[in-house]
Design a protein around this ligand. Structure first.
Ligand code: 4AD
Ligand code: MG
Length: 463
């Protein structure tokens, strides 16, 4: 058996000379200079490119000369200090194995491609510097999320993806069915007979794991979920996708303030990990995507997040004199333009907006004593707007029942959820952090379609 390959990220750390190094990867460029052939090799392990120098004395040199960008090769050779500028080391090849040729129409040539174009080749775009960096950051942050909660004794709960209840009560769910849409079975009254469907009832893809998560918090204490969620909202913005990943911690015996404190520690932990573990990729984003990113993230790490009731946020927005497309008044749903103006211009750092009017928030949020607001919280951050949505939950059975009815949801469908308020109910709170929004914040990428491997948006479900 051949010795295993060394990843290029590690090769670039080696002290040359090193006699026997084996790498495998994909060619970024091939340059034939008559005496020798230069190959630039990347294997996705980092931004790093390994320069390979191929001597014409190699038996398959003619095949090597004909290699094209995008081809996969394996190289064995000696790592030496590079005499040329542009890199500190290079690999003098003693053997080049051609593993998989790229055909001549390989779409990623050595020039800048627009993100719009790269979205049309989402299956190949991870081979570019930008997307390679985005998806390494995404992977590291996913790990950091588990570390944060596991280190604090939280239990990871796998909440279901198929569900019969609308966790947000907003009616934006994708249906799951095995019925034939052309000829669904009908009831005697002529309606679709859902009893004949797979689950003998209507089922959907979940918009949130929260309600199931709550039942685990009321019994296991501190839990979190981290999974895909689905929203059939027809919004074509740079911050919405139909399928996204959400992290939802839920904590027994927590109030709204405790919730904010945990959310702040969570976001800061993730940013700290990013700066420590993804330094090369962050430096790239800082230089090429979002100038000043590192300084801004450091500033966020050092500043306490602001906390402000919705009523005050509205007053500050009204008093700002800024003209908005959508009007702002007590009772208005804050739009992205309001959220961003508040966090970017008025506050200049992340801000928790709390205690929203009950009419514009979900049924499960705890009613405040003023009778008109609920113990909701949104975390707004510069560049992105809403990163987190959460609340203290309504733990009082009667009040929750009434809220369900007011929302037009059937208490029978939520009987299991209501049960938790009948058997040992406790104050509790939680939040949901949109993972893609976090990646946007962490990288400076401006479109959510560029931070999820294969984005799903209205009319787009390729790949
Ligand atoms: O504010 P949301 O709707 O809150 C919930 O789903 C709660 N059940 C969370 C909880 O308390 N456990 O969504 C939470 C976050 C948002 O702040 C946003 O970051 C993200 O999820 N999000 C989306 N991200 C991408 N595309 C979409 N369509 C999103 N909708 C929400
Ligand atoms: Mg929200």
């Amino acid at each position: 058996m051949q010795s295993p390959r060394t990843r290029i990220v590690e090769v670039l750390q080696l002290q040359p000379p090193c006699a026997e190094v084996r790498v495998k990867g994909w060619l970024r460029t091939v340059r034939d200079s008559k005496q020798v052939v230069f190959l630039e090799l990347n294997d996705g392990s980092s931004m790093g490119i390994l320069q390979v120098v191929v001597d014409p004395s190699l038996p398959n040199i003619e095949d090597v000369r004909r290699l094209t960008t995008g081809s996969a090769v394996g190289v064995r050779g000696e790592l030496v200090p590079s005499p040329a500028k542009g890199q500190t080391v290079e690999l003098r090849a003693t053997e080049v194995e051609i593993i998989g040729r790229a055909e001549a129409d390989f779409p990623l040539q050595k020039k800048r491609h627009s993100f719009e174009f790269l979205r049309t080749i989402a299956h190949l775009r991870n081979r570019t510097n930008t997307y390679g960096a985005v998806f390494r950051v995404r992977s590291k942050l996913a790990h950091a999320i588990h570390c944060f909660f596991q280190d604090r004794g939280f239990v990871y709960v796998h909440t279901p993806i198929i569900t019969a209840s609308d966790a947000e009560g907003a009616g934006e769910m994708f249906r799951v069915t095995t019925l034939d849409p052309a000829a669904p079975p009908k009831t005697p009254e002529g309606r679709i007979d859902w009893d004949a469907d797979f689950f003998a009832r209507q089922a959907y893809l979940t918009v949130s794991g929260q309600l199931n998560g709550e039942t685990f918090a009321i019994g296991m204490g501190d839990i979190y979920t981290f999974g895909p969620t689905f929203r059939a909202e027809n919004s074509n913005t740079s911050r919405h996708v139909a399928e996204f990943w959400m992290i939802e911690p839920e904590m027994a015996f927590f109030d709204l303030d405790d919730n904010c404190t945990l959310a702040e520690a969570f976001v800061k932990h993730l940013l700290r990990t990013l700066l420590e573990d993804c330094a090369e990729d962050v430096a790239f984003f800082d230089e090429r995507i979002d100038k000043g990113l590192t300084a801004r993230l450091r500033h966020v790490l050092e500043s306490p997040f602001e906390r402000m009731p919705y009523a005050e946020a509205v007053k500050r927005l009204e008093a700002s004199g800024q003209s908005f497309e959508y009007p702002v008044f007590f009772g208005a749903n804050l739009q992205a333009e309001h959220e961003r103006f508040l966090t970017e211009t008025i506050i200049g750092r992340p801000v928790f907006v709390t205690d929203y009017p009950k009419e514009i928030k979900a049924f499960y949020m705890r009613r405040n004593d003023d009778g008109r607001t609920v113990a909701a919280v949104d975390l707004l951050v510069p560049q992105v707007g809403e990163l987190i949505g959460g609340s203290q939950r309504e733990e009082r059975y009667d009040v929750l029942l009434q809220a369900l009815e007011e929302t037009g949801l059937s208490p029978q469908s939520y009987a299991w959820y209501l049960d938790t308020r009948r058997y040992g109910t406790v104050p509790h709170a939680g939040f949901g952090l949109g993972f893609e929004r976090l990646i946007m914040y962490a990288t400076g990428m401006q479109n959510i379609r560029d931070v999820i491997p294969f984005p799903r948006t209205p009319r787009h479900c390729e790949f």
